[in-house]
Design a protein around this ligand. Sequence first.
Ligand code: AMP
Ligand code: ZN
Length: 451
Amino acid sequence: MALELYNSLSHKKELFEPLDPNQVSLYTCGPTVYNYPHIGNYRAYVFVDTLKRYLKHEKYNVLHVMNITDVDDKIIRDSQIQGKTLHEFTEFYTEAFYKDIEMLNIMKADIYTKATDYIPQMLSMIETLIKKGYAYKAEDNSVYFDIHKDKEYGKLSQINVSELKNNADGRLIKDEYEKENAQDFALWKSWTESDGDIFWETSLGKGRPGWHIECSAMSIDKLGESIDIHTGGVDLIFPHHENEIAQSECSTGKDFVKYWMHNEHLLVDGAKMSKSVGNFYTLRNLIEKDISPLAFRYWLYTGHYRTRVNFTIEAVIGSSKALTRLYDAYKALGDVIGTVNTQYAQQLKDAMDDDLNTSKGIALIWELLKDNNLTPEDKKATLLDFDNVFGFNLSNLKELDIPEDVKQLAENRETARLNKDWNKSDEIRMKIQELGYEVKDTESGPVISKL
Ligand code: AMP
Ligand code: ZN
């Protein structure tokens, strides 16, 4: 079997054939950095990480770009409330995001693009759309995309513009809205008083970009006019991804994305986990309950990325126990690494080739551990191979046993050392010792071990 992925554009599983056999181009809509993301958001990032890990496992070269939305309505509102500059405010949450994804063992994207670094590219795209007659400047000085001019508008979300006559004659300045409100949407938002000192003086006037144009401009700038895969949660299908397609394809005249992939929602008591409803957990909330981020990762794998899953603390505690059993079983296999068992490798491939069937993959791990026909060495090799896809960090188990506060101290000590603050560095080393650990400085950096 060859890799098949579900394409939200065609509504079916399709054989995966990248545009360029030498490199898969992958774009993911990243976080809007105005708060700590919740674990529903992390479902979207674990999903793309699994896809990416599997593509790499299958020897594809992957170039992965993720944006950081660092200007939007919510960011402006909250940075003003906190009396911080846009940069100070967004840097804080961007760093928090990077820290979280590290704890989830999510591989970093090759390139993170911050929206505010790509204003010229957005302007140039908007100007092309105006020239080609797809966009217009309205009385409020904002620039809108005319959805009636784009004959293909609605092809991803399957809305029919002609059936939306009443609404579709209006204009929307808001970035987020429902299908029933499909109207001309803002590409460039003219400055209003509530924006305060957040604006760019440009050929389109004083203002800031709309959310949708950001992703179109950054994806094209970094990956080219046509790419292989674009990912996000299902809530992004409309309006965000529909609008991305409209802007990109009308400006370039080319197909924007070959495979659109969307993860389903993580629910709480049957409702989408979201900030606005208030029914959310952050990764920090889980850690406070002694649930490791990787246990959450394990739990996500027990359901398919395209099914809705209901989050409960009890279920994740169950996964936490399963992951501990896996770690214990792995450690008991000894230190020698044998060879990857081809039958199990083939079974993993069959499962993952079928639109990333992770629950089958997880079941295989337990089958393998129970199989008396395999030597411990070969089990170890096969598990390590599987772990390149699942990311439970088996090859670094020793490090996983180190408590977070010790790791943080070691990081502080490294910073002190880099600043040549030897007194502070020694002081922190003593604190680490008091907690029962020691740090050794090796050629590849500091290594922590139990005393
Ligand atoms: P945002 O920062 O709101 O743009 O969301 C970041 C990513 O998380 C997007 O891909 C969303 O589609 C996704 N997302 C938001 N809420 C959920 C949820 N409850 N379950 C799964 N994915 C979600
Ligand atoms: Zn996006």
